[in-house]
Design a protein around this ligand. Structure first.
Ligand code: ZN
Length: 125
């Protein structure tokens, strides 16, 4: 499968996933807006439920952002291309992290450099 074909396939998958997340978010937000009629002894369970929903909403919103940024890079024709070395990003990596912009080895390299550079700031020019 060519790079372009897999990008199109991924684009379709992301659009579908995005629609599912939007729907789920809609349901959760509706739940959060619903009138809370709490009996004194049911309060804790109700609050727990709402906190759980709020956390889930945050996770889904974050996921939506990842999907949007992946869709943008597909549109620009940069999907699945490492922006550091220009080689294709591993398919397994894209599966886990669709908005990845670095291949595995560049990601490791960048993280290694970031760790090493921190205490040695003065060497930088
Ligand atoms: Zn790379």
């Amino acid at each position: 499968m060519s790079q372009q074909e897999s990008a199109i396939k991924e684009q379709n998958r992301l659009i579908q996933e995005r629609a599912q997340i939007e729907e789920e978010l809609g349901n959760l937000r509706e739940l959060m807006q619903a009138e809370v009629d709490v009996e004194p002894d049911e309060g804790d369970a109700e609050i727990f439920e709402r906190e759980k929903n709020a956390a889930l909403i945050a996770v889904l919103e974050r996921k939506l952002q990842d999907i949007d940024s992946a869709l943008r890079s597909i549109e620009k024709g940069q999907y699945g291309i490492c922006e550091r070395c220009g080689r294709p990003i591993e398919a397994a990596r894209l599966e886990v992290k669709p908005d990845a912009t670095l291949c595995v080895s560049c990601q490791q390299e960048v993280e290694r450099l970031a760790r090493r550079n921190r205490p040695a700031r003065q060497i930088e020019w």
